[in-house]
Structure formats: C-alpha cells, structure tokens
Design a protein around this ligand. Structure first.
Ligand code: CP
Length: 341
C-alpha cells in the first residue's frame, strides 16, 4: 500500500488508492470464501493497544492473526497495565504512570505490528478531527501502526462495510443509493464511523445521501473529500435534512449516531437536540417503510429501541452481523499483505 506512512501502516483509507483498496477487498473475499488458514505468520506478534473498550475490533483482530499463525498481545492502559499519559509536555504528577511516547516505543521493540484504538475526547473539535495523537504515535513506533478507531476515522470498519456492500450489490453497486442516516443516542458519540463510511460509499461510486438534522452535518473536510471520491467514481453526494425524504431512494440505510459540532461549544444545547428534538429519528418500521425494502447496516454496538427498533434489527434486511464478521476478513487480508503470506 502506498500510504504516506511506513509500509503496512493504515491510519485512514484516504491514504490508499481505490485500486489498492479494491485489491484488498478481493483478497478478503477470497480468504473468506476459502476459509483460509495458515501458520506462515508464526512468530509474528500483533500488539493491540486499546484506550477504549471493544468487542469486535479486539476479537476480530485476534482471530485474524491466529488464523494466519501469528500471536496477539492486548494492552488496556489502566486495566492490568499502567495508566498512560497522552498529553505532551505535561508534568506527570497525577494518576498517569507512564507516557504514551515510551509505551509505544517499547511495544514496537516487542511487536511486529501495533494496532491502536484512541478515543475522541469530545472536548476540543480540532483535536478530535485532526487525529494529532495517532500521527504522533506513528512517529514513536518503529513498526507499522493500524488505526483501530481514532477521533476522526475507523478505517477497518469502513473496509468491512465496503466488503458487505459488495456482497449485497455486486456489479450493481454503482446504481444503488446509500443513505447514511443519523440516529439519536443517550451519549454524544464520535464522528469516526460516519466520516469513514461516507468516504467508502462515495469511493464505491454509490449515490450517497447524508440524512441528518442540520446541526449534525459532518465536518467539511470529510464531506468535501467524499464529494471528490464520488466524482471520481461517477457517483454523487447529497445532504437531506428531512428524515422521511432522506430515506426515499435508499437501497441500504447505514444507521449511526454521532455528536454535533455544536457539542464542543454548547454541550447542553446539543444534548437537548439529540435526546429531545430529534428523539424521533430512531430508525423504526415507519422509517424503513419510506424505502423500497432497503437493507440496514450498523457498525455495532447498537442500543436497541433508541437507535434502531427491535423490529428493524431483527428483520431479514438487517446485515449488521455480516458487517461484524467482515471485520475479521478485511483485517486478515491486511495482515496477509503486510506479512507477505
Ligand atoms: N464496530 C466496532 O468497532 O466495534 P467495537 O467497538 O466493539 O470494537
């Protein structure tokens, strides 16, 4: 992969060409259909550094590595390993024992690849959207770094999403409409998943609709990049703020909750919008009735009957479990390439 970072590093799919990503998806499909297993990566160690909780990312990477013969080591700062400081230039006289700078440098002496999950602090918009800490971490690691979700991007999730879309629509993918639909949530969530999903659907050449309340528009950096990808691929991107109108042409509805940029300056107002004014944006059978039998995607974890109703999630059109499975296949394909298997 021709990323601007050391070979094998993946911080954002935007760092890779569409041809490279499509080749990766072909490989992932092949590994999936053949149930590929090998011991060729035996002796390799994948370090997994999680600053935030995970079910899918952790287990799907562990499984992918094991199926290639490699081992993994899971590190959760503050839970069985030292709490890590992530601010730079700070006086470390509080509860943080070790700095991420040393931790990453040391881990990269032990591990052949290092996956890192950060967190959006939800305090400073530019800090969350610039992924400055992830870029710093790459500097201190002597091995490839994999972004397991940062403030701005969740690249392996979006690759699994793209694989799922290819499985759903095959050669017809460019004729299909992908609706990225905002949904309410008790907590303000980061924008990494919607940012990444928008890029991938646009790259796939789909008709992409961002269906969200006006306060929940994604950052221009990501909508403009998606517009460029859409143009290159012969697709398009539109924004619809009406919740029923936005669903009308959907062949697939990707449901996600995220916090508004307003959150950073006025958290109480944002909370009120999310939990009161727009509470009726839950994806239910009425929302799905606006479509012609659209499929439903969600990256998980999902709060039932807040984000999506039981009826919709338990319907035959919901493909969220396939998406989760595909995490393992695309990650296995990435490691397969990285280790030259
Ligand atoms: N979708 C996803 O990244 O799931 P986890 O947070 O459980 O890893």
């Amino acid at each position: 992969m021709t990323t601007p970072y050391p070979s094998g590093t993946l911080l954002d799919t935007a760092d890779c060409s569409t041809d490279e990503l499509e080749a990766l998806l072909e490989l992932a499909s092949h590994l999936k259909s053949t149930g590929f297993r090998t011991q060729k990566a035996a002796g390799n160690m994948l370090g997994l550094l999680f600053f935030n909780s995970s079910l899918r990312t952790r287990v799907s990477f562990e499984t992918a590595a094991v199926q290639l013969g490699a081992s993994t080591s899971h590190i959760q700062p503050g839970s069985g390993s030292w709490p890590l400081e992530t601010d730079f230039g700070t006086v470390m006289d509080g509860d943080k024992t070790e700095h991420v700078k040393e931790a990453v440098a040391v881990l990269s002496r032990y591990c052949d690849v290092l996956g890192v999950r950060l967190f959006a602090g939800m305090q400073d918009y530019e800090t969350d959207l610039s992924d400055a800490l992830m870029k710093e971490i790459v500097k201190y690691a002597d091995v490839p770094v994999l972004n397991l979700e940062s403030g701005a991007a969740h690249p392996f999730q979006s690759l699994a999403d793209w694989l799922t879309l290819r499985e759903l629509f095959g050669q017809d993918i460019k004729d299909k409409t992908f609706v990225l639909r905002w949904a309410p949530h008790p907590k303000p969530l980061p924008m990494a998943v919607p940012n990444s999903a928008l890029q991938i659907a646009a790259r796939a050449g789909m008709n992409v609709v961002l269906n969200c309340p006006e306060e929940y528009l994604l950052d221009d950096r990501f909508t403009e990049s998606a517009e460029n990808f859409a143009q290159e691929a012969g697709g398009n991107l539109s924004v619809v703020h009406d919740q029923d109108a936005g669903m009308q042409d959907a062949d697939v509805v990707y449901v996600k909750s995220w916090g508004a940029p307003l959150l950073y300056s006025s958290p109480d107002s944002e909370q009120k919008l999310r939990t009161t004014k727009y509470q009726n944006w839950t994806v239910d059978s009425h929302a799905m009735d606006q479509t012609s039998d659209a499929k439903v995607m969600h990256c998980l974890p999902v709060r039932r009957n807040v984000v999506i109703t039981d009826e919709v999630l338990d319907s035959k059109n919901a493909v969220h479990i396939d998406q989760a499975e595909n995490r393992m296949h695309v990650q296995k394909a990435w490691l397969h390439q990285l280790w030259n298997i």
